[in-house]
Design a protein. Structure first.
Length: 57
């Protein structure tokens, strides 16, 4: 598999604990507004909550 190439600047990296596991989330600075970035963060958190249970976030 080819290595993923990311050209954007890393703006934040954080861990989300869920049950006995954790996920590391890296956020890169795309050309988005602050509102679009916040919407994307909420979307990721909601997906993780659905996948790993209500205690994911």
């Amino acid at each position: 598999m080819d290595k993923l190439v990311i050209n954007e600047k890393l703006i934040e990296s954080y861990e989300i604990n869920f049950g006995k596991g954790k996920a590391i989330v890296n956020e890169y600075s795309p050309n988005l507004t602050k509102d679009e970035i916040e919407l994307n963060r909420m979307t990721v958190k909601n997906i993780l909550a659905k996948v790993f249970g209500k205690n994911a976030v």
